[in-house]
Design a protein around this ligand. Structure first.
Ligand code: NAD
Length: 298
């Protein structure tokens, strides 16, 4: 492995997970965020992850403590990247915030440092110029709860150097991810390019009153052997997120079906506190949703 020192910029939901997972796999990790107050929150957020590693991965106390001790925390960007082989950016999904960040980073990072964005919906080519090193820049996209949902989609933009691409693929494997290389830019990467149309299609069947969620899920599960149907997946994603995406599509396309779906999600689910798996109810009720019963597929 060529990398030793990794900087994670942004210590929110994903940044804290990326930082801890990377340290857990033995790398030195600098965590950067905008001020000392947010850094104090980052320490707390990351400390809480220890428990998840103990429970979900049967890690030992010693392992999680050692991982935590490989982290250093910074609110000064130059200090955070002094020895960085790789900077992973996980700051808000706002173009201007990211552009400003890359322009600042370009000035203080060593010339050989590779930059990667964890952006879910933006493309690396949108920031390539701002990085000042387009050939050493690409996307490295993780999933929420990285220690369990261990995909890493590694996506080139047209200017990314092949050697840089290969190094980041090796790094993703070294931190326990299943590395999924994308040789061309693709909005939504591979996973969401597959998942979003499936979830949209399922919700359209519901809003057109063709079938109920259980029947739609059952069809998918029996027909393809998949362990979850689209509505069970939507419960994991969260109904609020599904609503926000649908609402944005309704506004963008003016399609009345999306508008009707957004209304349905709001009145029948969100307003009734059915936000998905997290709140114990969404399309199904948890912890024992009907689809886990063997009879469901009969
Ligand atoms: P978040 O809002 O939880 O965290 C963002 C962090 O960035 C905060 O700690 C904030 O203080 C910090 N920040 C704000 N401005 C900054 C700046 N100029 N420099 C450095 N740090 C700054 O966001 P998140 O959900 O962790 O998402 C971060 C990125 O990861 C986004 O690009 C998002 O698309 C991507 N992502 C999120 C998820 C997810 O499930 N949440 C999954 C995959 C990818």
């Amino acid at each position: 492995m060529d990398f030793k020192n990794i900087t994670v910029a942004g210590s929110g939901v994903l940044g804290s997970q990326i930082a801890f997972q990377t340290a857990f796999k033995g790398f030195n990790v600098s965590v950067y965020d905008i001020n000392d107050e947010v850094i104090a929150q980052a320490k707390e957020r990351i400390s809480k992850l220890k428990q998840r590693y103990l429970e979900d991965l049967q890690a030992t106390e010693e392992e999680v403590d050692q991982a935590y001790n490989r982290l250093s925390f910074h609110s000064n960007l130059a200090d955070a990247v002094t020895n960085a082989d790789l900077v992973i950016e996980a700051i808000p999904e706002v173009v201007q915030i990211k552009v400003d960040f890359y322009e600042k980073l370009a000035k203080v990072a060593p010339a050989e440092t590779i930059f990667a964005t964890n952006s879910s919906t933006l493309l690396p080519s949108q920031f390539a110029e701002a990085t000042g090193r387009p050939e050493r820049f690409l996307a490295l996209h993780f999933a929420n709860e990285i220690w369990k949902n261990n995909t890493a989609e590694i996506m080139k933009h047209p200017g990314t150097n092949t050697d840089v691409f290969d190094k980041v693929i090796s790094f993703a494997k070294a931190i326990g991810m299943v590395a999924l290389p994308l040789h061309k830019e693709q909005p939504g990467y591979i996973l969401n390019s597959l998942l979003v149309p499936l979830l949209d299609a399922a919700q359209m069947l519901l809003v057109k009153e063709v079938a109920d969620p259980e029947t739609i899920d059952k069809t998918w599960m029996v027909g393809t052997g998949a362990p979850l149907g689209p509505f069970a997946i939507l419960d994991v994603v969260g109904i609020k997120t599904a609503y926000n995406i649908t609402q944005a599509k309704a506004e963008k396309t003016g399609d009345p079906a999306f508008k009707k779906l957004a209304e349905l999600l709001k009145t029948e689910y969100i307003d009734k506190g059915k936000l998905g798996r997290e709140t114990g109810e969404g399309f199904y009720t948890y912890p024992n949703p009907s689809f886990i019963s063997p009879d469901f597929l009969k």
